[in-house]
Design a protein around this ligand. Structure first.
Ligand code: TYC
Length: 118
């Protein structure tokens, strides 16, 4: 059998199916598999969590160097919220849980959440 070039061939069709009076309906499937939904993990500002703790969270859980972590922390402090990173759903949820656990253990009210993007 000759190999098919997927870029040149028409999008796949579902199996023909009999519909009522022997009519056959061809349904076109959606053309492309969509990329997975991505999520941004966000930290919210508060009046109590120490700046140094936020910098350490950004370094430990979001792999930021100290300079980048400090810039993100200051942006959150000044603007109310800031993006720590963008991940697939499960990784984003894990990051949120890690931050919440660390903040809770240290007795800080730091809030972290995940938001779908686009
Ligand atoms: N606003 C806090 C303070 O002045 C610092 C802070 C920054 C808290 C970022 C939370 O996500 C945060 N100590």
């Amino acid at each position: 059998m000759a190999p098919r070039n997927p870029k040149q061939s028409a999008p796949p069709l579902t199996q023909p199916r009999a519909d009522g009076d022997d009519a056959v309906v061809l349904e076109r499937r959606s053309q492309r598999t969509q990329p997975p939904q991505m999520f941004q993990v966000v930290l919210l500002n508060d009046d109590f969590t120490p700046m140094e703790f936020v910098v350490q969270v950004l370094q430990e859980f979001f792999n930021k160097d100290r300079q980048a972590a400090t810039q993100i922390m200051l942006k959150i402090h000044l603007e109310g919220k800031g993006i720590c990173g963008v991940y697939s759903r499960d990784i984003a949820n894990t990051k949120v849980e890690q931050v919440q656990q660390a903040a809770h253990s240290a007795g800080h009210p730091l809030q972290c959440l995940s938001e779908p993007i686009e």
